[in-house]
Design a protein around this ligand. Structure first.
Ligand code: PMV
Length: 337
């Protein structure tokens, strides 16, 4: 039996704009998905998900196309979750050069599903790593990030950027610009996350921005401005002492950039009432800045606040179901067993 875990992430800057070749800076956070893989003697795959922020379920499938899962949770969520795991297994089989490798897989995750924290990427990264290791092979994090991206790309029908999967595999802060992916230095950022309990439809939100961009020049300019914010933000991170608490002035300036980034995302139509309410709850509590993270439409915001007030204020907000402080996860994918 092998167990691998991989972290979720927040976008400090650049979601949506990254789809059009602008840079983005996601940061891994200490919320992880953990996947256990056990080789089977046959070519079947059995998946048990004990916590995907939906009721646990067990699914078993084989090679037959009409092998449908029989489970008692909303089928769209199961189909979405199963799609990722099925593609992760396909990537593991390809890496192993064994198209008939069967597995018993168990998924546990404390990353809200579809909330903009990269839950699917973390599950895919951990699943490929665990399945490959379960059969005595190894895969290095960069090759793993690439395979996880291919898996997400297939499930999301070409809509995925490399940001989530690369960040989850490598950990820490990363920079993604098209095909160019790299780890970058970052200080110990005082990140606070607020989650409204919901999720946005990434495909629809990405399509909405594409449509606006085609119709209005302002929208294309807005996407470019998000790229400018990201470039400015990464310069600030590069000037700070890696792994150390940043000075207050730096946190304030990063926060200002996050506020502007949120405003621009709002202009592109990807915020929501609850995301805006959480952003304002954070700012009113003294956060240096706050923005939605991920596709938007619902899900999570990320704020910067060195004190404890933002987490508490979000906890009292009607629009926030869960708030937590999260350290930057310096480790990406890792073997647990
Ligand atoms: O909601 P998430 O974490 O899957 O982020 C989506 C980010 C987008 O930039 C909107 C799309 C992408 O694949 O980069």
């Amino acid at each position: 039996m092998t167990v691998s875990s991989a972290p979720g992430k927040v976008y400090l800057f650049g979601e949506h704009a990254v789809v059009y070749g602008e840079p983005a800076v996601p940061c891994a956070i200490e919320r992880r998905a953990q996947v256990t893989a056990e080789p089977r003697d046959d070519d079947r795959v059995r998946v048990e998900a004990t916590d995907l922020t939906l009721d646990g379920f067990t699914v078993e499938w084989g090679e037959s196309a009409d092998d449908h899962p029989d489970v008692d949770v909303p089928s769209s969520l199961v189909e979405a979750a199963m799609g990722y795991i099925e593609e992760a297994v396909a990537q593991a089989r390809d890496a192993l050069d064994d198209p008939e490798a069967g597995f018993d897989i168990t998924v546990e995750s404390d990353i809200p599903l579809g909330g903009g924290l990269g839950s699917s990427a973390a599950v895919v990264v951990a699943a490929i790593d665990a399945a490959v290791r379960a059969r005595g092979a190894k895969i290095d994090p960069r090759a793993l990030a690439d395979r996880a991206y291919q898996a997400e790309h297939t499930v999301q029908e070409g809509q995925a950027s490399r940001a989530d999967t690369f960040c989850s595999a490598m950990g820490g802060a990363v920079r993604v610009e098209g095909e160019d992916t790299r780890a970058i230095d970052a200080p110990e950022l005082p990140l606070v996350v607020g989650y409204d309990g919901g999720a946005g439809d990434t495909g629809k939100l990405v399509a909405g921005v594409r449509d606006l961009r085609e119709r209005y020049e302002f929208a294309a300019d807005t996407v470019e401005s998000i790229g400018d914010i990201t470039r400015r933000g990464e310069q600030l991170l590069a000037d700070a002492e890696p792994g150390e608490a940043p000075d207050a002035a730096l946190v304030e300036e990063l926060g200002d950039l996050m506020d502007i980034n949120h405003g621009l995302l709002s202009a592109l139509g990807v915020s929501s009432r609850s995301l805006d309410a959480m952003v304002w709850a954070a700012r009113n509590a003294g956060a240096s800045g706050a923005k939605l993270t991920g596709a938007g439409g619902g899900g999570c915001i990320v704020a910067l606040d060195a004190g404890g007030d933002t987490e508490r204020a979000l906890g009292f907000s009607n629009d926030c179901e869960q708030s937590f402080r999260s350290a930057l996860a310096t480790e990406g994918v890792r073997a647990e067993e």
